[in-house]
Ligand binder design. Structure first.
Ligand SMILES: O=C(O)CC1=CCC(=O)O1
Length: 264
């Protein structure tokens, strides 16, 4: 566990794997933290140096006052890469983490060797949905909307078969810092990269869960179609966070893709 000052805030980072291995950086989704990647890290870190972090406003990183901008999140990732001296690496992000990854790729093409976008899009939701989520949380807290969010993250089968896990991930969501959560909702509300992602000149793996209700397959497919060179995969039986529901399959897709782009 590492804590580091980046862009004036204390950020929480984790590093696994050998120092001389190729690097993979992982970015979390809204209302979660780096722990959603644990089962992926376990399976990748014998071959790669894997760096995960809690975005500003999430996990053990500081939660400055809302609102945030997508550029704040991208700048944090740039600061993290500078701090760790990462000249080139692979980047994977889920949901807002994937939006941050797209923003990072647009500003730092020279640094990226591979890009994996999970359950994300160049535009997620719209102004009205984010504003009403922000208002509901300001009025009544995250707990007042956590049922609806959990239902978008996980399908009924996961909930039925993994009741303890479901309850644990709900704890993570409900314990999110309110300023951090709202700050990132504002970043999501204001971010629209649809006009820009066509210039990401890197072959990209785009993955979505079949049952994702936050960024459904057709939304994610539309972003994949904006990219010049994307491999689009739908993961059967999975919702919004494939690193939790099917880490084995996600890692298999990532390793095949790394092989294809020569990042081995
Ligand atoms: O909370 C949700 O609806 C899912 C989500 C949207 C953006 C993100 O990062 O997670």
């Amino acid at each position: 566990m590492i804590f580091a000052r980046i862009n004036g805030i204390n950020m929480h980072l984790r590093v696994s794997g050998a120092a001389d291995s190729r690097v993979v950086v992982l970015s979390n989704s809204l209302g979660t933290d780096a722990r959603i990647w644990d089962a992926v890290i376990e399976r990748l870190s014998d071959r790669y140096r894997v760096i995960s972090y809690d975005q500003r406003g999430h996990g053990l990183s500081d939660a400055p006052s809302a609102p945030y901008k997508l550029d704040d999140h991208v700048a944090d990732l740039e600061g993290l890469a500078d701090l760790l001296g990462l000249a080139e690496f692979a980047l994977a992000g889920v949901s807002v983490g994937g939006l941050i990854a797209q923003g990072f790729a647009l500003r730092n093409a020279h640094r990226l060797k591979a890009l994996i976008l999970c359950d994300t899009a160049a535009r997620i939701g719209d102004d009205a949905t984010w504003n009403s989520r922000i208002a509901a949380i300001r009025a009544n807290g995250i707990g007042s909307i956590s049922d609806a969010i959990m239902a978008r993250w996980f399908g009924p089968q996961f909930r039925a078969e993994h009741a303890a896990d479901y309850a644990g991930w709900r704890n993570m969501l409900e314990r999110s810092p309110v300023e951090g959560y709202i700050g990132t909702c504002a970043a999501l509300r204001d971010a629209d990269l649809r006009g820009q992602v066509g210039s990401i000149g890197l072959r990209t793996l785009v993955v979505v869960g079949e049952h994702d209700q936050s960024t459904p397959p057709e939304v994610v497919r539309a972003t994949a179609q904006l990219l010049p060179d994307a491999q689009f995969e739908i993961m059967a039986g999975v919702g919004h966070i494939p690193s939790i529901e099917q880490p084995e399959r996600l890692v298999e897709l990532m390793l095949n893709y790394f092989h294809e782009v020569g990042y081995v």
